[in-house]
Design a binder for this molecule. Structure first.
Ligand code: IPM
Ligand code: MN
Length: 369
């Protein structure tokens, strides 16, 4: 019997719709050459949804997501100035993304930091540092910490305005993401970098205690402890030392953008947000309103998010691999999108649509053999 999957499509803002158009073509190619059917439902989400429906995450979208087997989400958000036209609590980061993460308890965020040998010229790092490419899996806790802790603003006894934001975790929240990270380490190089700030933060002392408990079930895994500030330096000086990294929400937000920097562009980082019952997939980058509608955005992270969905939600490993290979082939043939080009390289620039055309052509060939 043909497997049939329902997928909620949240295009988002800025470059979201144009890169999503390219990602959707991947589902078409796969269902025309494999025994699988995808039912895609587009539904509003983000700043556009707020202006049209009064909510950044409308009820209708919640329902489509509830009924979907998996969710594919584009980037959301507006420029700093445009954002001010939306009430703070409905601005899409707070009004849409965080509620989406909370709704499906997507506690484990997988961010692959991957640069094949043939793509190392995109990195700003010296060739001798990354001659073998980069292959790191960053796992970020996604539904706790400062992002979701209690927040308060007010006026103190001295008449001064103040703000208070709390970093909260319970042991179950920490344990569940560590278990995911240890499992990944076991499938990879059996080395786990634990990123923390236990020299200052009580939350890191707590995190590390839970880690020691979980480690007892994973004695085959070597744990390397590294302070988050030192990790930032190490990512630049010697990224090859890392295989799987795990960290709390805010640390992961910052270090994953830095990781995008060592790849050459955040345009090269898809991600998977995994909960107990459902997962959603999204590029790690923003909606780039400054280049929206110009057909120059890099659709790699959006298409890579489809590849991650195929593997992680539908267990379609070989098809997922074919999507990665197809994208790599485009770069290996000497093409790139504008975000990756530097004045000194010799790659030929292609548009969003042409990048999509090339991926589709490679993919069709791969799936037909
Ligand atoms: C990310 C983004 C989000 C985050 C924003 C858009 C809420 O930067 O996914 O990394 O901070 O988690
Ligand atoms: Mn971020």
């Amino acid at each position: 019997m043909t497997n049939a999957y329902k997928i909620a499509i949240l295009e988002g803002d800025g470059i979201g719709p144009e890169i999503m158009t390219q990602a959707i073509r991947i589902f078409d190619v796969i269902q025309s050459s494999c025994d699988v059917a995808f039912e895609l439902t587009k539904t509003p989400f983000g700043a556009g949804a707020y202006f049209e429906h009064g909510k950044a995450f409308p009820d209708e979208t919640k329902q489509v997501c509830d009924e979907a087997d998996a969710i594919l989400k584009g980037p959301v958000g507006l420029s700093h100035e445009e954002s001010k036209k939306i009430p703070v609590e409905e601005q899409p980061e707070r009004g849409a993304i965080l509620p989406l993460r909370a709704r499906f308890n997507t506690f484990a965020n997988f961010r692959p930091i991957l640069l094949s040998k043939d793509m190392v010229h995109f990195s700003p790092l010296k060739p001798e540092i990354i001659e073998n490419g980069i292959d790191i899996l960053l796992i970020r806790e996604l539904v706790g910490g400062l992002y979701f802790g209690e927040k308060e603003r007010g006026i103190d006894e001295n008449g001064l305005r103040y703000v208070k934001e709390t970093l909260e975790y319970n042991e179950q929240q920490v344990r569940q993401v560590l278990v995911v990270a240890f499992d990944q380490a076991r499938q990879r190089k059996k080395r786990l970098h634990n990123i923390h700030k236990s020299n200052v933060l009580m939350s890191s002392v707590f995190w590390n205690e839970i880690l020691d408990e979980v480690h007892k079930d994973y004695q085959d895994i070597e744990v390397v402890h590294l302070l988050v500030d030192a990790a930032a330096t190490a990512l630049c000086l010697n990224p090859g030392q890392f295989d799987v990294m795990v960290m709390e929400n805010m640390f992961g937000d910052i270090l994953s953008d830095q990781a995008g920097g060592i790849l050459g562009s955040l345009g090269l980082m898809p991600s998977a947000c995994i909960g107990p019952d459902k997962a959603y997939f999204e590029p790690s980058h923003g909606s780039a309103p400054d280049i929206a509608g110009q057909n120059i955005a890099n659709p790699y992270s959006m298409i890579g998010s489809v590849a991650m969905m195929l593997e992680m939600s539908f267990n379609m490993r070989s098809e997922s691999q074919a999507v990665w290979t197809a994208m790599k082939s485009v770069f290996e043939s000497g093409y790139s999108t504008a975000d990756l080009s530097t004045s000194s390289d010799t790659t030929q620039l292609v548009s969003t649509v042409v990048f999509g055309d090339m991926v589709v052509a490679h993919l069709e060939k791969l799936l037909s053999t």
